[in-house]
Design a protein around this ligand. Structure first.
Ligand code: PXL
Length: 279
């Protein structure tokens, strides 16, 4: 069985980061270790929240892992909150990256042209540097723009998407996938560039007239789970696209839905059905 480690916060309520990554990656049949970087009462889109910083725990945890020879098939980072955390994560990559280890970074920090609460342009620059170490990064177009220091352009076309993807892999990462890409009416999906093979891939599905918080975390976790179970990068991204759509459809149908997260749990059987069987 594959073992991965994911480094991101735990928000007690408001389905995102670790409360999404753990169940989805486990459902894929992959052991999911965690390094919680902070504990929040809810994610930061709520009007008020507590924040307990756990940055000081990262190094001692990593040292114990090293001492006990614990290793990982993948290291997956999501929401990270400070330049110091980025530096510690970079060291973690250097210490734990083996030939088999896949590094996946979801540079969570922005959407719809705006940085999330608490993030700065300097943070985006540091995140861009960290992304240089990844096998795959999964930003949306806003995050990509902040990391590249270019203006967010919501009126993009396919050439522009390809240009941004090449610039992203220019940061040093092998592969980049842009999420939330819309090139045709009624369709949304992912556009991917593999700089190793110099190939592009895109996959689209239905665009719903809603948007929910936490879908980026669901997408990245579902991609990683699939990848660890032997699907190609392309097939993993396509499955993550389909699964995220299913999650949103379940949420839309739920008359008791909350504003703070999608019903990803109800769509897990769909996700699992697309994961290759072990035997
Ligand atoms: O969904 C990304 C995310 C993760 N963790 C925290 C957040 C957010 C987005 O706002 O606030 C704490």
């Amino acid at each position: 069985m594959k073992r991965i480690i994911t480094i991101q916060d735990i928000s007690c309520v408001g389905k995102c980061s670790l409360t999404v990554a753990l169940p989805i990656i486990s459902a894929a049949g992959v052991e999911c270790g965690v390094i919680p970087t902070a504990v929040l009462s809810t994610h930061t889109a709520f009007p008020e929240f507590t924040f307990c910083d756990l940055t000081d725990e990262i190094e001692p945890i990593a040292e114990k892992f090293s001492k006990l020879n614990i290793d990982f098939d993948a290291i997956y980072t999501g929401y990270l909150g400070s330049a110091r955390q980025l530096a510690l994560v970079e060291k973690f990559f250097d210490d734990f990256k083996k030939e088999k280890t896949v590094i996946v970074i979801d540079p969570v920090m922005a959407d719809n042209g705006k940085l999330y609460h608490g993030f700065t342009e300097e943070f985006a620059e540091s995140m861009a540097k960290l992304c240089g170490k990844a096998d795959l990064i999964i930003p949306n177009l806003t995050e990509a723009s902040f990391m590249l220091g270019i203006e967010y352009n919501p009126d993009y076309n396919e050439d522009y998407v390809r240009y941004v993807l090449k610039k992203l892999t220019g940061l040093g990462c092998k592969r980049a996938a842009l999420t939330g890409i819309i090139l045709k009416d009624g369709e949304i999906g992912v556009y991917y560039y593999d700089s190793v093979s110099d190939t592009y891939y895109s996959y689209f599905n239905e665009l719903l007239p809603v948007s929910y918080h936490g879908t980026g975390d669901i997408f990245a976790s579902a991609t990683l789970g699939a990848l660890m179970r032997g699907l190609s990068y392309e097939d993993s991204l396509s499955l993550a696209t389909d699964y995220t759509l299913e999650c949103m459809k379940y949420t839309m149908r739920d008359e008791n839905r909350r504003f703070y997260g999608v019903n990803f749990e109800e769509a897990l059987p769909f996700y699992i059905s697309r994961i290759p069987k072990l035997i």
